[in-house]
Write a protein that binds this ligand. Structure first.
Ligand code: BG6
Length: 483
């Protein structure tokens, strides 16, 4: 096993699952965006590996069309797209065949002296075999990097087994576990806001913050991913990974350095201090829901073509973090499909300041709020009180300060993450212990709802989710409305 180099001297990029949907919609477009910005090595070769038999030329023509379709018009150029697709070679390979690895070795012979990136956009059951196969022909050497997609396991045990399988052949410093939420601009901004502004960081604790709400709502249903989704539900599809990543970044302690491991150490510590939701407290801390027909849209069971299912398409939680910084502050988390709007939002609700002293027209003046939006738009707002200049009396009203400025095209999550893989920087990737501790916490939650015998509550398509979730929010003015 070799050390990962940290410069961008990558020799080749090998994409397993290179003819798949994710590759076409996200990965080639993101590689292209890095290519036009000069972030890929000039002579970089991209090998698209799949079982399909395709001629490289026809494949390149197909990828050109996909780029036209998925890259924003402002960043698409005919000429550059043509130059980019010329870097792509198609390699037909059945990785279950014994000679697959020597075949791949032949293709990579001229590139193996430099780091090679292997991106596994395939089902997780192939991860271990691919790592082993690459190692069998020493393609895991010379700073090779392995990028893996979610789902990473389906519980703690399976994630641990997967980690062990990968680490037999690759060091942890060579493994890049993707959580595409870590590539979103506003999520990066949380770190910037917290750790470069004393006015926020000095107030970032239970003494000043009343509650935190994190919402990821989608109007989409499960689409054609019924089989996958029904085995996972919102808890494994969104909560264990994306939502817990958001939570750990919002709530972690400042790292001692801005380095991948210092940051990830703090995220792990935070996840370890997340209080377990045991069967005794389950009913007061978690609500699961499943969408049913409404507003002209069919329900979940029709979407997946089954008569019954206990799978949740919505989950809401009241979570507590057992450390000194957050003692007693509730963190409300919710995510779901077929809700009233598509919204990704983190709201920091500060405690009221002296409510009896100064009032607003409607009574008490509002609490300060910091709102970090990451869907559909990337925006940050701070709500503060100022004197109401229309009123004769001394009253205040709330002003909304926009802290974000839009300039040009923001980087897409996969574009940013791929750039970091090329750089060999692991900050935005999930470490082995981080993923395991997140699963341990979720496993307890699953045990708790099973012990309770609870079934998901029905909610109408395009609604706010099940009404029962309202009971979770016991302070402030309830859940922010999803619009
Ligand atoms: C994926 C989930 O990881 O994230 C999907 O599997 C979900 O079910 C998607 O729709 C949401 O991502 P985004 O970036 O659109 O919020």
């Amino acid at each position: 096993k070799a050390n990962v180099m940290t410069n961008s001297d990558v020799g080749a990029f090998v994409l397993f699952g290179g003819s798949g949907d994710l590759a076409k919609r996200k990965l080639y477009p993101s590689l292209y965006l890095n290519f036009i910005k000069g972030l890929l090595p000039d002579d970089c070769k991209i090998f698209s590996v799949s079982r399909l038999s395709e001629q490289t030329q026809a494949f390149q023509a197909d990828i050109f069309l996909q780029l036209e379709r998925y890259v924003s018009p402002s960043q698409f150029s005919d000429e550059k797209a043509k130059a980019f697709v010329k870097c792509i070679r198609h390699v037909q390979l059945d990785i279950t065949q014994v000679d697959a690895w020597t075949t791949l070795e032949t293709h990579l012979e001229n590139f193996r002296q430099s780091p090679i990136i292997y991106y596994l956009s395939v089902a997780p059951r192939f991860f271990g075999d691919i790592a082993k196969g690459l190692s069998s022909v020493s393609l895991n050497q010379n700073g090779a990097r392995l990028v893996v997609e979610k789902p990473f396991g389906h519980d703690f045990e399976s994630a641990r087994t997967l980690n062990r399988e990968l680490r037999l052949f690759f060091d942890e410093q060579q493994i890049f576990r993707i959580d595409h939420y870590l590539g979103k601009e506003s999520i990066q901004n949380i770190l910037a806001l917290r750790f470069s502004n004393n006015i926020f960081e000095s107030q970032w604790h239970a003494g000043a913050i009343e509650s935190v709400q994190i919402t990821v709502a989608e109007t989409l249903g499960v689409g054609d991913r019924g089989d996958y989704y029904d085995n996972n539900g919102a808890s494994k599809d969104m909560l264990q990974n994306h939502m817990m990543q958001l939570l750990s970044i919002v709530a972690m302690e400042p790292p001692f350095a801005f380095s991948p491991d210092a940051i990830r150490d703090e995220k792990v510590k935070l996840l370890r201090s997340l209080r377990l939701i045991t069967p005794e407290v389950y009913a007061d801390h978690c609500v699961r829901g499943q969408y049913v027909a409404g507003s002209g849209e069919r329900g979940y069971l029709d979407d997946i073509g089954r008569d019954s299912s206990d799978c949740e398409t919505y989950i809401a939680l009241k979570a507590y973090i057992d450390n000194r910084r957050w003692a007693g502050t509730p963190f409300y988390l919710r995510t779901g499909k077929r809700l009233a709007g598509s919204l990704g939002e983190i709201i920091i609700n500060f405690k009221p300041s002296n409510p009896e002293l100064i009032r607003s027209k409607s009574g008490q003046c509002s609490n300060n709020q910091l709102v970090i939006n990451f869907q559909p738009d990337q925006d940050i707002f701070l709500f503060i009180n100022k004197k109401d200049n229309q009123s004769e009396m001394f009253l205040v009203d709330a002003a909304r300060l926009q802290l974000s400025t839009k300039s040009g095209d923001l980087k897409l999550p996969y574009e940013r993450l791929l750039a970091h893989v090329f750089e060999g920087d692991q900050t935005l990737f999930v470490r082995d212990d981080e993923i395991e501790v997140a699963w341990q916490w979720l496993d307890q939650l699953v045990v708790s709802w099973s012990a309770e015998g609870s079934r998901p509550h029905p909610y109408d398509c395009f609604s706010q989710g099940p009404e029962q979730a309202n009971q979770l929010v016991t302070n402030g003015s309830g859940w922010e409305r999803i619009k």
